[in-house]
Write a protein that binds this ligand. Structure first.
Ligand SMILES: [Zn+2]
Length: 333
């Protein structure tokens, strides 16, 4: 029996290596034929698809930046008790145990390095976070870090039968977020420093888990990011900002700008505002003087996924909305 246990541990270790990101609970419905109903929790009265990532709410006009994973275990009072598991090796970045201060309720953020990319996982509506966890502490993939719950500060509370963990995978927009937020929205509170949801650029966990399942060790998070569908392309007259350093792997070389000097960056954004391709541009390649210019729009992608409202059509012309401009200001702050 001892040997079987050891073998089991070894196999778990192997699969952890092949798949850097693991499911954050014991629920495996995502990988089962027709298992979506058992995996995702939809919004009240809506099908499971409204618990997936994307523009899946309010007829596409509301973005859901994570996935809502159904609970499997309950106590005698019907409250969820599922352990919530670290999706990858990493360290604790943030713990918020003041549920009244966020629509996430109690939440936890972990920092990971995946293929050299800084990725942040977020677990929300928690009943509790493991008591000994502290910011900076190391955690292993699959380690229990919290217990599922249904905490939130929204007027509409989460009912027992909709108990779930809201799980996100994110890139970090800017470590100077708190200063930017104070300057840009002086009247608004920010109780979470840089760990405000607005500073996290979410990517689709379901697509990543299914991609890993299908491609095994060949799955690459970097190429997943590089293959995002473009919503629009903008030019920012900024030459140095945290994202281009933190996610340097997303920067494409441009010999002309390298020779003449970089005057700005052309940035491709997906529908959720993730800057997945950056190209340095020389002055001779830039027309116009605006800080941010909208260079092109992928209209079919906008029709499909308009929820972030980053761009809008005014008459025959597309322009960046205040949401789009705010995102670019924060990205390049
Ligand atoms: Zn959610």
């Amino acid at each position: 029996m001892g040997r079987a246990v050891i073998l089991g541990v070894w196999l778990v270790g192997l699969s952890a290596q092949a798949q850097p990101l693991q499911l954050p609970t014991a629920n495996r419905g995502l990988f089962e034929q027709g298992g979506e109903e058992r995996y995702f929790v939809g919004t009240v009265g809506k099908p499971w698809i409204s618990g997936t990532f994307g523009c899946v709410r309010s007829g596409g006009w509301q973005m859901h930046e994570g996935i809502d994973i159904r609970c499997l275990q309950r106590d005698r009072r019907g409250e969820p008790t599922d352990p919530v598991l670290a999706t990858a090796d990493g360290t604790v970045a943030y713990i918020s145990l003041r549920p009244s201060l966020s629509n996430y309720g109690n939440y936890l953020v972990l920092r990971h390095q995946v293929e050299g990319l800084e990725v942040y996982s977020l677990y929300a509506h928690l009943r509790e976070v493991r008591g000994d966890l502290k910011v900076g502490q190391a955690v292993r993939a699959g380690e229990a870090v919290a217990v599922m719950g249904r905490t939130a500060n929204t007027r509409e509370t989460i009912s027992k039968d909709r108990a779930h963990v809201h799980f996100e995978l994110n890139l970090l927009l800017n470590e100077r977020f708190a200063g930017w937020h104070k300057k840009t929205f002086p009247a608004q509170r920010n109780d979470h420093g840089g760990w405000n949801g607005q500073n996290l650029a979410a990517i689709d966990p379901r697509a990543i888990f299914l991609g890993q399942q299908e491609q095994g060790a060949k799955f690459s998070l970097l190429s997943f990011l590089q293959k995002q569908t473009e919503l629009c392309r903008v030019l920012a007259r900024k030459t140095d900002f945290p994202w281009r350093q933190r996610y340097a792997a997303l920067v494409r070389p441009n010999p002309r700008a390298e020779k003449e000097g970089v005057a700005g960056y052309e940035i491709a954004l997906n529908y959720n505002g993730v800057a997945f391709e950056l190209i340095p541009r020389a002055t001779s390649e830039i027309k116009g003087k605006a800080r941010f210019q909208l260079l092109s729009v992928n209209e079919p992608e906008y029709q499909k996924n308009p929820g972030r409202r980053l761009i809008a059509k005014k008459g025959a012309r597309w322009e960046l909305t205040s949401h789009g401009l705010n995102l670019l200001e924060l990205l390049t702050y």
